[in-house]
Design a protein around this ligand. Structure first.
Ligand code: ADP
Ligand code: ZN
Length: 723
């Protein structure tokens, strides 16, 4: 077996990554020991690698079962771009293509084969697989989206049920099942239906740390808010709407505001849908406005924001849909717009359901979504709690944690609330409890004679909303429970009794009206990095179009960002970046290096020194001194440049650094006083950032040289004032 650090080396060589994501290493080690595996990871967790890397390290063919053609093509493209021999067989191929691919497989030329389940178990295909087994061996069956085997999952596909025949035919070949759905029921079903033998079960946390969660009020300004989010982000985004009509409307508005957006919903023809999807994946357009019909099987890793402009059906859907953001683990944003009108719409449609059980479940799910939207606790705590995962809160990456609202001691109120639940014999939901507390005159109260309870009317001092807020918080904090039979009956637990005995304090978050903003701190370096990343992204797009592949197949956003931060100048340095494997280094290294070089030259940066290498000492270098001497002799900048045979911008750089280093240079000889003042003002506002954004601020009449020189003086002042 491969020991540490061999596996990391292989990871870097084939995929370019430096580190395994949580769980991956352990899973891969188990796979190399030929164990059956059950892998449960959230979207973007990195499931594919868990069978792809073992496939490369083991003898024989790895067969990957995948439900969707688009998914197969995507993965195969990405693998080929890493020079890994992968192929797929599905209905999109003609007979000739199928035959030649089958031949390659039988000759052991393919390491990974993607195939749909119905084809795999067909009478025609199994004999071929027998030959493969004899000639090259079968390393593993990897069953992707394994929840499709379960009727309890959200996407049951009967074809998956036939996969058990593989187990019977090839009992020695290990099976790896992978899924992102997490309920116990589905998990047990997968193990049973696929006939896994003492599988090693891996479940990673469903916490997606890179996602920022926020809920915003859906007011009249909602469209302006959406537009702002779209404009703040350079990357791709998905906007979900409830209906086709809304999709079309919003797309139209965005296009009208010059946003490259396209619609996606069931009302479009197959062809339109698939074209729009491809254009989104290839970064021809930035925004997909869609109904929930869009997204399943979309592997695009660099979706930077997912907006729900309407309330989702339930929390699990919300988690999965918003989870399509940031599969590449880069910071991404999930925004939910919410108002009470939405609730009414959904309630209405629930009431149209004829099946009473279905209606109950839908109502409970709606309550959970509202709970999330109105919640004042950490959004993660609420979401993960729904999946049975305890999260302590304070994530620092949701609106509630970033803009913490004041906390108040509501122990007395909690005691009133809980004892009212007790007096009502734990047989009612929150609405009724609040009615009793507030001394309501409902039929239910009269019928149950709850107006005779000691807790009747003791909560008139608080509004219904305030009591709801308390009730929700008690639920989130686990100080009370709720039945999940659709009726949401409140039940006391051990902690509730501690509160009632005054052994436990109850603090709750009290919201205040304020605008919630999402800000990435943009430092000086940050802006420079952004500008270069933008350039590299354009280059990536050009290269991708030449090959007709999605841009992310070439490099992920995270790798582009690394390039901009590190700004490598040699192939060796370039190869060290995470995301650059051996093959991509050979294929793309030179061209990306050249782009970085060009950028550095335009910025007047030396092409062999790291960016932001600010004068570290206060004494000028030799070359700067030479420039200074000539300058003091009265030569103009162009004359010095000629004399020294270097570019004028370099001379300017010397002078700016000399100014910064406190050498005697009269700035007013170089920049008019008026320009000096203006530039100074902008520096005070924007801080020490790259020249380009400063110039954008100032306008064309200001030159980079002027800005650079004044910046030297400004830096000097800043430094001396810091001492
Ligand atoms: P899932 O199928 O679990 O949703 P994927 O297998 O599509 O996730 O992986 C999500 C993204 O993360 C992919 O683009 C993949 O290349 C990337 N990825 C996987 N493993 C790593 C790793 N160890 N380091 C960096 N990126 C990774
Ligand atoms: Zn939080």
């Amino acid at each position: 077996m491969l020991q540490y650090p061999e596996l990391e080396k292989k990871l870097k060589y084939h995929f370019g990554y430096d580190q395994f994501r949580p769980g991956q290493r352990q899973i891969i080690e188990d796979a190399l020991q030929n164990r059956d595996l059950m892998v449960v990871m959230p979207t973007g967790g990195g499931k594919s690698l868990c069978f792809q890397l073992p496939a490369l390290l083991k003898q024989g063919l790895t067969v990957v079962v995948s439900p969707l053609i688009a998914l197969m093509q995507d993965q195969v493209e990405a693998l080929r771009n890493n020079n890994i021999s992968a192929t797929f067989l599905n209905s999109s191929l003609n007979a000739y293509q199928v035959r030649s691919r089958e031949e390659a497989i039988m000759n052991g030329k393919v390491k990974l084969l993607y195939v749909a389940p119905e084809r795999l178990v067909s009478e025609r295909f199994l004999p071929l697989l027998d030959v493969v087994k004899e000639k090259v061996g079968i390393a593993n069956f990897a069953i992707d989206e394994a929840h499709c085997v379960s009727e309890w999952g959200h996407d049951f596909r009967p074809e998956y049920r036939q996969l058990i025949s593989l187990r019977k035919r090839y009992p020695q070949v290990p099976t790896t099942a992978l899924t992102a759905t997490a309920t116990d029921r589905v998990r047990a079903d997968i193990i049973q239906q696929l006939g896994l033998k003492q599988p090693s079960i891996h479940i990673t946390s469903f916490n997606r740390q890179n996602l920022y969660y926020e809920v915003r009020p859906k007011s009249k300004r909602a469209y302006a808010d959406i537009l702002e989010i779209v404009r703040e982000n350079e990357g791709s985004g998905i906007i979900y709407c409830l209906t086709r009509k809304k999709v079309d409307e919003l797309t139209f508005k965005l296009q009208n505001d010059k946003v490259a957006a396209l619609p996606y919903h069931a009302g479009l023809s197959d062809e339109e849908r698939s074209t729009n999807q491809t254009r989104f994946i290839r970064d021809d357009v930035r925004v997909m406005v869609a109904t929930v019909a869009f997204g399943m099987g979309i592997n695009k890793p660099d979706v930077r924001f997912v907006i729900h402009s309407d309330l989702p059906r339930n929390l699990e859907s919300y988690y999965q849909e918003s989870g399509r953001a940031g599969r590449d683990d880069e910071p991404s944003r999930c925004t939910l717009f919410f108002n009470y009108g939405d609730i009414k719409t959904i309630e209405w449609s629930i009431n149209q359901k004829t099946d009473a059980q279905e209606q109950l479940i839908a109502k409970q799910q709606l309550r959970q979504v509202i709970d999330y939207a109105e919640g004042t606790d950490c959004r993660r705590t609420i979401q993960l709690g729904y999946f049975g995962e305890r999260f302590p809160g304070n994530c620092g990456n949701c609106d509630n944690c970033r803009n913490p609202k004041p906390v108040q001691d509501w122990t007395i109120e909690a005691m009133k609330f809980l004892s009212c639940v007790a007096r009502c014999k734990e047989r009612f939901g929150m609405g009724h409890i609040i009615d009793v507390l507030r001394g309501g005159k409902t039929q239910k109260i009269a019928l149950n004679r709850h107006d005779e309870l000691s807790t009747y009317g003791i909560g008139k001092d608080k509004t219904v909303d305030e009591w709801r807020m308390l009730g929700r918080s008690l639920l989130h904090q686990g100080l009370i429970e709720q039945t999940s039979d659709g009726y949401s009956v409140l039940k006391l637990n051990a902690l509730s009794w501690e509160v009632m005995r005054k052994q436990r304090q109850v603090m709750i978050v009290v919201p205040v009206a304020e605008k919630i903003t999402w800000e990435e701190t943009s430092s000086a370096k940050g802006v420079e990095v952004e500008i270069l990343t933008h350039r590299l992204r354009s280059l990536r797009k050009k290269l991708a179009d030449e090959q007709s592949i999605p841009p992310y197949v070439i490099f992920h956003d995270s790798t582009l960002k690394l390039m901009s931060q590190v700004q490598p100048t040699t192939l060796t340095e370039f190869g060290k970046l995470s995301g650059v494997g051996s093959h991509k280094l050979a294929q793309y290294g030179e061209i990306f290096l050249a782009e970085i070089q060009a950028y550095r030259q335009e910025q007047g940066l030396p092409s062999d020194i790291k960016v932001n290498s600010r004068p570290s000492s206060n004494s000028p270098s030799d070359t700067e001194l030479t420039t200074l001497q000539l300058y003091q002799q009265g030569l103009s900048i162009d004359q010095i440049a000629k004399e020294r045979n270097i570019r004028p911008t370099t001379i300017i750089r010397h002078l700016a650094d000399l100014i910064e280093k406190n050498q005697r240079i009269d700035l007013s000889q170089l920049v008019t006083l008026e320009h000096q003042q203006k530039i100074w003002q902008v520096l005070e506002v924007l801080g020490d950032i790259a020249l380009t954004p400063i110039r954008e601020h100032l306008g064309e009449s200001y030159s980079f040289d002027e800005i650079r020189l004044v910046r030297g003086m400004w830096r000097r002042e800043k430094r001396s004032s810091q001492k």
